[in-house]
Write a protein that binds this ligand. Sequence first.
Ligand SMILES: Cc1cc2nc3c(=O)[nH]c(=O)nc-3n(C[C@H](O)[C@H](O)[C@H](O)COP(=O)(O)O)c2cc1C
Length: 373
Amino acid sequence: MNTNNHDMFSPLTFKNGVELKNRLVMAPMTHYSSNPDGTVSDEEISYYARRSKDVGMVITATTYVTPNGKGFPNQFSAVEDNMVPSLSKLAKGIQDEGAKAILQIFHGGKMCPLSLVPDGDVVSASDIPANSEAVKPRPLKEAEIEEIIEAFGETTRRAIEAGYDGVEIHGANGYLIQQFFSPYSNRREDRFGGSLEKRMTFPLAVIDKVQSVVAEHADESFIVGYRFSPEEPETPGITMGETLKFVDVLAEKKLDYLHVSLMSFFSNARRGVEDLNKMRISYLLETIDNRVPLIGVGSIYTAEDAKKAFETGIPLLALGRELIIDPDWVEKVAEGRDDEIITEIHKEKQEELVVPDPLWKVIIHTPGWFPGV
Ligand SMILES: Cc1cc2nc3c(=O)[nH]c(=O)nc-3n(C[C@H](O)[C@H](O)[C@H](O)COP(=O)(O)O)c2cc1C
């Protein structure tokens, strides 16, 4: 029997002493709705406010750390100090409703659309395109890699100045940090590529930089988390076995939490470990062995799904699409109104759900992404 079966409404205290009022987190979700100058729009603030009352912590949509890291149209920016007031407005919008505000920070690497990066200069670890139709990215020079590491530090400083409770380093979903860890995307032969250990160099350098900026500019209550994707479909590609070795290193990095990116919480490992009938979450929890809290995520639509997820021993659970579909999901579970939870998008309820236009359009025009579409 699993002895770590947490009550989702019990508080969680991070090792830095910060307490979350419960174990439910809003997952980071890009909303494509910021102003043309890169500032956060009022519609985005309303969207977060509608979802920040009941969860313990909100992880924002990802923001980019350098101009050539912009991954989405109308993504909000954190590349310059003049963005601090905009970032601050977002932090306050979340915190005023009662949740901790975590800014997710990234560089899109080869996933950035050509039209969004200066001079169409799409960069990555190596020259492997994102897909068969994408451009060949330009491999970054070592000095440029150092500049990007520095930029992660600068964005962290801006997050501190803007009043966030923490940052999450986005090392998942195929973006630049993952491109460096991936044996598919990273074919380098310098200190940033080659062996598994060398492929960890860039992600670990980003973590070190972020932590050094936090030590210099914030007090110990500032939270630093790291998100990763456990496996890639390509061969070669990240396997569960490689991820467990990486997670073993991450668990010693004095991070406040780790966050696995999954579309299905209960999915099994694909390759690189002995038992392919065993859940990725179980492998991760075993390897982490309570050294750092792990956030799980993925298709937790019902209260029953969430209860089953906590039975694995997961300390924190993130909800993404579920909170777009039903912003009152957490309140309903807290009040035992499980059967009132809405699990499919209602196409005529945009206004009631407080979702900005561009995000709403993406949702209703992408079949299969959201239940009900
Ligand atoms: C509209 C949308 C935007 C997303 N944007 C991000 C993002 O900015 N950063 C990130 O790490 N994950 C992003 N994700 C992935 C989610 O954080 C989450 O891992 C995924 O949706 C599975 O969880 P769910 O089933 O609770 O939605 C996004 C997902 C959706 C649906």
